[in-house]
Design a protein around this ligand. Structure first.
Ligand code: SF4
Ligand code: SF4
Length: 164
């Protein structure tokens, strides 16, 4: 599926998400990097040694969630926009999903936007919890959304079309 549509299977997605008890402890990175390419800014940018690629730059990154602080640096450095930070420690109803965002304008904190899945299909409306305009992290901004827990494996992006 990934090869023909660019969209990973549910199994591939679930394999890169940490267990729920880890997500509920605090922010942690999720790396959706499924294709072998010569790329490694994720590992070189993580000063906690939480991402391993090894000697062959084509190998896929491996996450060590025990080292990840959820700082988000890797998210801003990944040219493939493959990294998100998820946090289940703040709410019983929502996962706080921080995604890379390079569109303009940025959404406003407190606004409601449309949550999309990996194919760009509408899932539900979500609230923008935070926006970090990242001058000190190069150009990739970070937008944090309150995503209902039952959409954790479906959610991936937002549409700036404002709802409600
Ligand atoms: S979020 Fe921070 S600590 Fe976690 S993998 Fe990325 S750079 Fe490393
Ligand atoms: S920087 Fe992004 S695209 Fe490159 S290897 Fe790391 S996760 Fe994959």
């Amino acid at each position: 599926m990934l090869e023909t549509t660019g969209v990973p299977t549910e199994e591939q997605i679930k394999n890169v998400f940490p267990p729920m008890e880890v997500i509920n402890r605090g922010p942690v990175a999720v790396i959706e990097c499924f294709q072998q390419i010569p790329c490694n800014p994720c590992t070189t940018s993580c000063r906690f040694g939480a991402i391993y690629i090894g000697e062959d730059i084509n190998d896929l990154p491996i996450m060590d969630v025990t080292r990840c602080t959820g700082c988000g640096i890797c998210l801003t450095k990944c040219p493939g926009l493959a990294i998100t930070i998820i946090d289940g420690s703040k709410s019983e109803d929502y996962i706080y999903f921080s995604i890379p965002y390079e569109m303009s304008p940025l959404p406003k904190i407190g606004s409601v936007v449309k949550a999309l899945d990996r194919e760009g299909k509408y899932l539900t409306d979500v609230k923008v919890n935070n926006v970090r305009s990242n001058k000190r992290f190069d150009r990739t901004n970070i937008v944090t959304l309150e995503v209902p827990r039952d959409l954790i494996y479906q959610f991936r992006n937002i549409s700036m079309e404002v709802s409600g």
